[in-house]
Design a protein around this ligand. Sequence first.
Ligand SMILES: NC(=O)c1ccc[n+]([C@@H]2O[C@H](COP(=O)([O-])OP(=O)(O)OC[C@H]3O[C@@H](n4cnc5c(N)ncnc54)[C@H](OP(=O)(O)O)[C@@H]3O)[C@@H](O)[C@H]2O)c1
Length: 253
Amino acid sequence: MTHSKKKVLVTGAARGIGLSIAKTLAAKQYELVLLTSNGVSADALRRELLVEETKATVFPLDLSDRDAIADFAAEWTEPLWGLVNNAGICKTFGIQDVGDDPFNDVLATNLEGPYRLTRGLLSRIERPGRIVNVASQLGREGRAGYSAYCASKFGLIGMTKCWAKELGASGITVNAVCPGWVGTEMSFKDVDRMAAEQGVSAERFYAEVCDPLELKRFNTPEEVANLVAFLLSEDASGITGRDWMMQTVWNQQ
Ligand SMILES: NC(=O)c1ccc[n+]([C@@H]2O[C@H](COP(=O)([O-])OP(=O)(O)OC[C@H]3O[C@@H](n4cnc5c(N)ncnc54)[C@H](OP(=O)(O)O)[C@@H]3O)[C@@H](O)[C@H]2O)c1
């Protein structure tokens, strides 16, 4: 008897944590549906060995565009074992800053996007099935300058807990992962900016940030991917509505 592979859709799969999730899931024999934000990153992802080897399908979908999400979801007909809402952006802006604020952009991409995509695809998610949302430790703690990002990630954790209650009886589990600093483009941009603001080198700032952390270093994208893979697995059938931290909260003010 042949078993078809379980299919998992991952957003933000072109780089960083999302690409690591895709690679980790491919090694575990999942069939992959990979989303990026636009045609250019979709084409770049299609050239990755991972996609060539696994025959993953790649689609561009801007998660801040609710009409595009509705069209994508309406056209999607295949069953999905899992949905990983990983894509996200981080734009800082203090409450006292002057100028155009990024609030709507960040909320649209990080919060409304996952809400609309999940709602649109829900009828295609298998029972049992899995939803994993990539939130952040900044979904549990505040940080100066991060009000839009924190609002989006606190919101994503809130939605995780609501969906777990709504979907538990049907066999769909819903969990959030809440990494702290992870070594990707997103975090190294922040390290460079914060180091410059404090007038210290990026190396010194990195060392200061890592000092209170148990592991004395950032997590790797692969470590986050391993947690996501566990929460997607059959072994995690009894875990839902939780927000999973990886290390101590580091906080800047
Ligand atoms: N890095 C960290 O320290 C850290 C810590 C905690 C949580 N996180 C969370 O982990 C997730 C992944 O972060 P990362 O560090 O891997 O970030 P990253 O390297 O900047 O990658 C972000 C991904 O999100 C996609 N994306 C951005 N805007 C989008 C949009 N409008 N529509 C669809 N996709 C969009 C990007 O697609 P394109 O490639 O097409 O641009 C990219 O693949 C995010 O939700 C982030 O908030 C990161």
